[in-house]
Write a protein that binds this ligand. Structure first.
Ligand code: SF4
Length: 378
């Protein structure tokens, strides 16, 4: 393999047809064309679709939204269960938000479930969009999701820019700035390279290249159809791309949580406000520990401020650590009992006393699963 300087590789638009063809040739042999892996990408008789064939748009839409922040292997069982529960947009639109959230439980980034539900309610009342702008006007659908739906389902010439694609392009062009700063530049490249006669195949090929050859840590350039044109390869160490922002350590917080149990053996849960992180999910009440505050005092204070009740904080049930993308939390969970007052949803949508065997009917964030398990084993 020869070496070229990165300066020679800055403008690849003249080479786009050649690059596109070599990628498609590679994908014909090495692409991930397994119906068990991505069933929504196949015809009902299990074939990869011909360019003129359309796929089920609902199936592609749900898969694309699930894949926004989540890996393919995690998404697959969720997608299968979802399509069984909501096989049509009418079934999805007529379900309650609670039912929809239960099917999403465990996938994270829960506002995605609410937005799919909102979009389904819009789509039962009007024709489905056929272009990028129409899809992007729906809740929860950005440009790459819209491009994914249109190219996958309808073979429409819409580019995509997911994490895999950004990494491949950052290396191909040896782009010297972090991805997040130059989104428009990356979109331009994805669009330039797109094969307009086979957009579905091209987008899949680009994602497959990123997932199997141009991997984050050790790109296997010897297997890559683009090595001759790749500026990162020419540099000698392609893993230096993409250029990353310097990471600040994640902020850390301790959260005091109270599991209040009444005389009937029911526990008190509340539903988070719709907006914000984990909007609409249910949880055991609690809140942030203040500086210098004992955890028992924190829990008692939170219950007074957010539910208007006086509780006694008793022994610890469990401590759970959980990392989100932007912060790390330690939940210190104590068993509690009610001293006085009627719980009010001062900082939540609603509060409810529920039996332990009913907890499974409420969507809880992932961090709560271990608290519930500890409670049930008690
Ligand atoms: S040559 Fe290497 S770094 Fe460049 S796109 Fe291919 S796998 Fe990625």
């Amino acid at each position: 393999m020869g070496q070229r300087s990165s300066a020679e590789h800055r403008d690849l638009s003249a080479l786009a047809p050649e690059l596109s063809q070599s990628l498609l040739d590679w994908w014909e042999i090495h692409g991930r064309k397994d119906p068990a892996l991505k069933p929504w990408m196949f015809t009902k008789d299990g074939r990869w679709p011909e360019p003129h064939e359309h796929l089920n748009v609902l199936e592609c839409w749900i898969a694309e939204v699930m894949l926004q922040q989540t890996q393919l292997s995690v998404v697959l069982p969720y997608w299968q269960r979802w399509m069984k529960t909501f096989p049509s947009v009418e079934a999805l639109a007529s379900a309650s938000l609670e039912q929809v959230r239960l099917q999403w439980q465990g996938l994270g980034y829960y506002s995605r479930a609410r937005r799919i539900h909102e979009a389904a309610r819009q789509l039962v009342q009007r024709p489905w969009p056929g272009d990028l702008d129409g899809w992007m006007a729906l809740p929860g659908i950005g440009r790459t999701t819209a491009g994914g739906i249109l190219s996958s389902a309808l073979n429409a010439p819409a580019p995509i820019l997911d994490g895999n694609v950004k990494r491949v392009l950052a290396r191909l062009y040896a782009h010297e700035r972090p991805l997040s700063r130059d989104q428009h530049v990356f979109w331009g490249w994805s669009e330039t390279l797109l094969d307009r006669s086979r957009p579905r195949d091209f987008n899949q090929a680009l994602m497959d290249l990123g997932a199997t050859v141009c991997t984050p840590r050790r790109p296997d350039c010897a297997q890559c159809p683009w090595w001759e044109s790749c500026a990162a390869y020419a540099s000698g160490d392609p893993s230096n791309w993409p250029v990353v922002e310097e990471r600040k350590p994640l902020p850390f917080q301790v959260i005091g949580i109270g599991v209040v149990i009444n005389a009937a053996g029911e526990v008190l849960i509340d539903q988070r406000l719709e907006e914000g992180l984990l909007g609409g999910m249910w949880e055991f009440p609690g809140g942030k520990q203040e500086s210098g505050e004992a955890i028992e005092a924190c829990i008692a204070r939170e219950f007074m401020e957010e539910l208007g009740i006086l509780i006694s904080v008793e022994k610890e049930l469990i401590t759970v650590e959980h990392a989100y993308s932007h912060k790390k939390l330690r939940f210190v969970v104590h068993l509690c009992s009610l001293i006085s007052g009627e719980p009010q949803p001062i900082a939540s949508q609603q509060v409810r006393w529920v039996r332990l065997d009913q907890l499974k009917d409420y969507p809880f964030p992932a961090a709560n699963a271990r608290m519930i398990e500890a409670l049930l084993q008690r």
